[in-house]
Design a protein around this ligand. Structure first.
Ligand SMILES: [Zn+2]
Length: 398
């Protein structure tokens, strides 16, 4: 098969291969400095917050917390009563381009997380008090990049374990009632529609009561708004947009057309928001929180959920959430003290539990929310499920 230069450049950009493109002009030295400072400050203060040091030997060691135990099959299980839990951020196996389609209905013995602490020998140190990706070694991060490229191009070993039965088994052990599953539409040739692929799998597995389907379109797709109407008819409960992976500015006119359709269809939008610090620098301009302001101000009746609570830009994300009634923060990946501060400063009504499964086990973010809400049942109820029930309008879901 011949790959044209245009296709090649598109691949480069989508797969984040450094050197294909330069960072945007509006990405300033201050932006770079803020990210570097956040990483240094976080490392320095780890363990000095209200919970003290919270370091575990891999994921399974979370069983030392009173909330968990190790079940007979070796997986982490919840040990305490929980209010209804909705995981607002999960993904099913991706397959794009030439990758064979992942059989989403297949159970496998073990889920291979994209950052797989327990697969290391010895397991990697898991510090709950830092942004989660700080825990991983350079070798693990390079495996993650390779797996991502492989998954997108050829199909990955890991992706074939990111299936509905595997997700449900983990949800059952952790008493998670439902999970929002978020596809991401990328501009790659030969790729099937990830929203439809997911919807069909959820329906074939008859698990609408557990998995909440989201949609994704690419803002440059002129058919985007029309596709959203079709997806809404099929029962999706929200739209996922990933400015870095999809390479678009969330304040561009083409993105505005997507939010306008979401307003008509009463669908909330969840963004991957903020810089994670492990992406190539040329993608970072797309993730800046200031790029979200136009959307949340022009579409005040569209609920916007900022994934990862703005990642390493969570200060700016918190400002945006504080200033706008239509902005919420989803907590996956944030460190324990940061979640405590967000809850203290913004209130539990602004926060949503999410795990980013299968990057990490669902128990990692769950452990942090349980620790932060240990003496506050109401906050626990809101963050773990009640807010999601309202924002995703789950009570009127089919
Ligand atoms: Zn994610």
């Amino acid at each position: 098969m011949s790959i044209t230069r245009r296709t090649f450049l598109r691949l480069c950009s989508t797969l984040a291969l450094a050197g294909c493109t330069r960072t945007g002009r509006d990405y300033t030295e201050d932006d770079r400095e803020a990210l570097a400072q956040q990483q240094i400050a976080e490392a320095l203060r780890s363990g000095s917050g209200p919970f003290g040091p919270m370091v575990f030997s891999g994921y399974r060691d979370l069983a030392r917390l009173a909330y968990f135990k190790l079940a007979e099959d070796g997986r982490l299980a919840v040990n305490v009563d929980l209010p209804p839990v909705v995981d607002c951020h999960a993904h099913l196996g991706w397959s794009y381009f030439l990758a064979p389609t992942v059989d989403l209905l297949q159970a496998t013995p073990r889920t291979q997380y994209l950052l797989d602490c327990d697969a290391q020998d010895p397991p990697c140190e898991l510090d709950l008090d830092v942004y989660v990706n700080s825990n991983f070694t350079d070798a693990m991060l390079s495996t993650l990049r390779w797996e991502t490229v492989r998954t997108l191009l050829l199909g990955g070993r890991a992706a074939s374990t990111h299936t509905i039965p595997n997700l449900l088994a983990e949800m059952d052990a952790l008493r998670i009632q439902s999970a929002a599953v978020l596809p991401i539409a990328v501009a790659l040739p030969f790729s099937s529609d990830p929203t439809l692929h997911q919807l069909e799998a959820i329906d074939r597995a008859k698990v609408r009561h557990r998995l909440i389907p989201f949609a994704s379109v690419h803002p440059s797709d002129r058919q985007g708004p029309a596709k959203l109407q079709q997806y809404a008819k099929r029962g999706v409960r929200g739209v996922k947009l990933h400015p870095e992976m999809q390479r678009f500015y969330p304040d561009s006119d083409e993105a505005m057309a997507i939010y306008a359709e979401c307003r008509k269809l009463k669908l909330p939008v969840i963004f991957h928001a903020g810089r994670s610090g492990i992406e190539p620098e040329f993608l970072r301009p797309y993730a800046l929180i200031r790029r979200l302001r136009r959307a949340v101000e022009e579409f005040r009746d569209v609920p916007f959920i900022l994934g990862h609570a703005g990642a390493r830009d969570s200060e700016q994300a918190a400002e945006l959430a504080r200033a706008h009634d239509n902005v919420w923060l989803e907590l996956s990946s944030q460190g324990l003290t940061r979640i405590y501060e967000l809850c203290r400063d913004l209130g539990s009504g602004k926060l949503l539990y999410g795990s980013d499964w299968p990057f990490y086990p669902q128990a990692v973010a769950l452990a942090k929310v349980l620790l932060v809400t240990d003496h506050d049942e109401r906050a626990r109820e809101r963050i773990l499920g009640a807010n999601a029930f309202e924002i995703l309008r789950l009570s009127d879901a089919a």
